[in-house]
Design a protein around this ligand. Structure first.
Ligand SMILES: Cc1ncc(COP(=O)(O)O)c(C=O)c1O
Length: 359
């Protein structure tokens, strides 16, 4: 280990990402990608993009994309910053709002990148256990306030449970904490529209709320690396003007991102298909004796039947059959599998294998 690393970097472990086999045969239900391809408009934009366009720098602040995003959320362009996917949005929020030695707050379990980013910033992490039903404990804001958390990150819908925190509770948390509240909506596109969830008023009514969105899931563009943050202009401006990498969004991503945003009908149709498959998979797993939490994400946190082999073993045996799901070695998760929603055909192959394995 190099003696030149900063002490906090020496002490920390990095992020462990889900397996990413590059073959096309594996049924990949482990990292919550959208199982449907990106919009044909994205494919057209890609084939029309010429190498000559790469000679000059891209538009520095991805302004055309910002305008499309602002319109989509009925906000002003100054309330939007485009990022190199959700992960860069998180890094920017931490480097802009948490001082080294300061406190970052979240729940446990949560997105495992959060504590890694906090360690890079040499910040302390407050992790508050979720309730048994995966909801945020009522005293969470008081705990974040007592710890003087400069940034609090909450995933909604929560990953890996799929639990949706009601927007009223998020308003209360925003009011009660003393720092910035980032609501990580990586999976919000998959929320059932009948619920009527919208975080727009969180952005317009509070000066301390950031909302994260990504193109990785909803727009089937995990390979492109595009995301954004919404927030009060005073929260967004320092990120645009100071902490972002210069030209953080390359020219190809700007062009493809705009094409994806312009084809909302296509994106919405994939979200609807994912919801239908989510219902089908949850129902069939329940019929097979599994218990699945109600999920508003594109994944199900599922516990195998009590008399079957355990989750870790099922994970290994599925992998041997070319099916990847996610197993977490975490006290609250080690008896469960997080299964991303696949296409109808992929889900059927998964179910056939599970019927056989858990007989
Ligand atoms: C909760 C959550 N937030 C953010 C992200 C970031 O995704 P990306 O960097 O692909 O936009 C992920 C990725 O899986 C996630 O699960």
């Amino acid at each position: 280990m190099s003696k030149y690393q900063r002490p906090n970097i020496r002490r920390m472990d990095g992020y462990s990402w889900g397996e990413q086999p590059q073959d096309r045969q594996t049924i990949k239900l482990n990292t919550n990608e959208n199982p449907y391809p990106p919009s044909p408009a994205v494919a057209d934009a890609l084939s029309n993009f010429t190498a000559a366009e790469l000679r000059t720098y891209p538009q520095p602040t991805a302004d055309v994309m910002r305008e499309h995003i602002a319109k989509l959320h009925d906000l002003s362009t100054r309330q939007v910053v485009v990022t190199h996917a959700g992960d860069e949005a998180l890094r920017l929020a931490i480097t802009t709002y948490v001082s080294p030695g300061g406190t970052f707050a979240s729940t446990d379990p949560s997105y495992s990148l959060y504590p890694v980013l906090a360690q890079i910033q040499d910040a302390r992490t407050l992790r508050v256990d979720l309730e048994a039903n995966w909801s945020i404990p009522p005293d969470f804001p008081a705990q974040a306030r007592a710890a003087d958390a400069q940034l609090t990150c909450l995933v909604n819908p929560h990953a890996p449970s799929g639990y949706l925190t009601p927007v009223e509770q998020l308003h209360r948390i925003a009011e009660e904490i003393s720092g910035v509240l980032l609501i990580d909506e990586a999976y919000a596109d998959f929320i059932d529209p009948k619920i009527g969830y919208t975080s727009r008023e969180l952005v317009t009514q509070h000066d301390n709320v950031l909302v994260l969105r990504t193109f990785s899931k909803g727009y089937s563009l995990a390979g492109l690396r595009l995301g954004y943050l919404l927030g009060a202009e005073e929260l967004i401006t320092p990120i645009i003007e100071k902490t972002r990498d210069t030209y953080n969004i390359d020219a190809i991503s700007q062009s493809l991102g705009i094409a994806a945003l312009q084809d909302q009908d296509y994106a919405r149709a994939t979200w609807e298909k994912v919801r239908e498959q989510r219902q089908f998979l949850a129902q069939t797993l329940n019929d097979l004796g599994w218990s699945c939490l109600a999920s508003e994400g594109n994944f199900l946190l599922s516990t195998p039947p009590p008399n079957s082999i355990g989750a870790a073993e099922i994970y290994k045996r599925l992998k041997a059959e070319g099916i990847l799901v996610r197993y977490f070695d975490h006290p609250r998760l080690h008896d469960k599998l997080r299964i991303s929603i696949g296409t109808k055909e992929q889900n059927q192959v998964l179910l056939e294998n599970l019927r056989h394995l858990c007989r």
